[in-house]
Design a protein around this ligand. Structure first.
Ligand SMILES: Cc1cc2nc3c(=O)[nH]c(=O)nc-3n(C[C@H](O)[C@H](O)[C@H](O)COP(=O)(O)O)c2cc1C
Length: 169
């Protein structure tokens, strides 16, 4: 597998923590680079054929603030030929009607600019009412709930990374 770029936006560190777990599961620093979106350049996005984007969801369907601030980076990137996987941190108990909604915003931007999304996840393991991040009955990426189900995160990340290792370039 080619080296993966993991880009994240994180307000209180939960998404950053998950990004680092994903890096570890993919084989560490030689296999995956973790980059905070506030530090990212257009060249950083261009240099990887495999990309992972992670965002938390805020106030019903909004991306984490740094992703909103730097969303022009995505608007200006041509994702043709790249494979992109998404993960979203959220809270099923307090925001059951908007669980990990923001993943869908990243999904739409990537699709708009010709990227191929991989790593969809079944909804069975989660309890929520509604999520905008569901397409064809699956989440468009990996949902993680560090508030209520942090104990499930390592296994969820591990399983997801196993599928990415097969799907990525
Ligand atoms: C004010 C507020 C609004 C939130 N809104 C949502 C939401 O609409 N949907 C959701 O799934 N999680 C929501 N969350 C939960 C966060 O997305 C979750 O705690 C996430 O792990 C934070 O990650 P971060 O610290 O990396 O930004 C909200 C949290 C707060 C404090």
């Amino acid at each position: 597998m080619k080296k993966t770029g993991i880009f994240y936006g994180s307000s209180s560190g939960e998404t950053e923590y998950v990004a680092k777990q994903i890096q570890k599961e993919l084989g560490g620093e030689n296999k995956a680079e973790v980059i905070n979106i506030v530090m990212a350049s257009q060249e950083d996005l261009q240099k990887f054929d495999n990309l992972i984007f992670g965002t938390s969801t805020w106030r019903e369907a909004r991306m984490q603030y740094d992703w909103e601030f730097y969303q022009n980076l995505l608007d200006e990137t041509d994702f043709s030929g790249k494979k992109i996987a998404l993960f979203g941190t959220g809270d099923q108990v307090n925001y059951p009607d908007n669980f990990v909604d923001a993943m869908k915003i990243l999904y739409d931007k990537v699709k708009e600019n010709s990227g191929e999304i991989v790593g969809a996840v079944a909804t069975d393991d989660y309890r929520f009412n509604k999520s905008k991040a569901i397409v064809n009955k699956k989440f468009v990426g990996l949902p993680v709930d560090e508030t209520n189900e942090y104990q499930k995160t390592p296994q969820r990340v591990k399983k997801w990374c196993e599928t990415l290792k097969k799907e990525f370039h």
